[in-house]
Design a protein around this ligand. Structure first.
Ligand code: TYD
Length: 219
């Protein structure tokens, strides 16, 4: 059986990744591709417990390095227990955030430095990388307005100032520039169906063998 594909959704807060990840899974399923939707930090019992530790509490609860190590403890559990076994069964895995978030949030926005984050990544992940990453790019001022009007609980990250969110955007864009074969930068400011169509377009570019099925599933 062919190995599944590992697709990650990345970007700042309020860009609509979660809704779009669900829509993509539904489109892939109707194109006859078995999928698994998951998220980070989280995805397994242990990683969801760590998620609570990192998202709740006061802003100064963790240093940047502690936060990074918690993210990687969660990620390793997630990759070993859920992601790799699913890929080996031929399932396509869509993850709402993955390692680029650590590089952008802890490496750049929290100021740890990209080298430290990459060193931890190499030590823990042993070369495991997504096959495709969709970067949801959006003006952080517009995105933060969306977060405010969503009425959900504000996490330790949502509560950061606009400078933090601008740094994040630049960090994600520089990751996309460094790895153009893996990262597709998406204009995330648009209607749900408009953004969904752009995502399907990115997939047909990457997987031309599924273009027919994906186009039929979208119509
Ligand atoms: P979540 O509510 O899922 O945010 P969003 O809907 O924007 O994806 O919370 C996840 C938060 O964790 C988000 O603010 C980004 C942060 N995060 C990191 O700082 N580093 C990481 O490695 C990951 C995976 C997430």
């Amino acid at each position: 059986m062919e190995r599944g594909q590992f697709i990650t959704f990345e970007g700042g807060e309020g860009a609509g990744k979660t809704t779009q990840a669900k829509m993509l899974c539904e489109a892939l399923e109707s194109a006859g591709i078995e999928t698994l939707l998951t998220r980070e930090p989280g995805g397994t019992f242990g990683a969801e417990s760590i998620r609570k530790l990192v998202l709740e509490g006061t802003q100064d609860r963790w240093s940047g390095m502690s936060e990074l190590l918690l993210m990687y403890a969660a990620r390793l559990d997630h990759v070993e227990k859920l992601i790799k076994p699913a890929l080996e069964r031929g399932v396509w895995v869509i993850s709402d955030r993955f390692a680029d978030s650590s590089l952008a949030y802890q490496g750049y926005a929290r100021g740890l430095g990209a080298d430290k984050v990459r060193a931890v990544h190499e030590a823990v992940m042993d070369g495991f990388t997504p096959d495709l990453t969709i970067l949801f790019d959006m003006d952080p001022i517009v995105a933060m307005k969306r977060v405010e009007t969503r009425g959900e609980e504000i996490s330790r990250f949502d509560a950061e100032d606009i400078h933090f969110h601008k740094t994040l955007r630049q960090a994600f864009l520089s990751i996309a520039e460094e790895e153009p074969d893996r990262v597709f930068t998406l204009d995330a400011d648009g209607s749900r169906s408009g953004v969904h169509t752009r995502i399907l377009f990115a997939l047909t570019q990457k997987y031309p063998q599924f273009a027919g099925q994906l186009t039929r599933a979208a119509s």
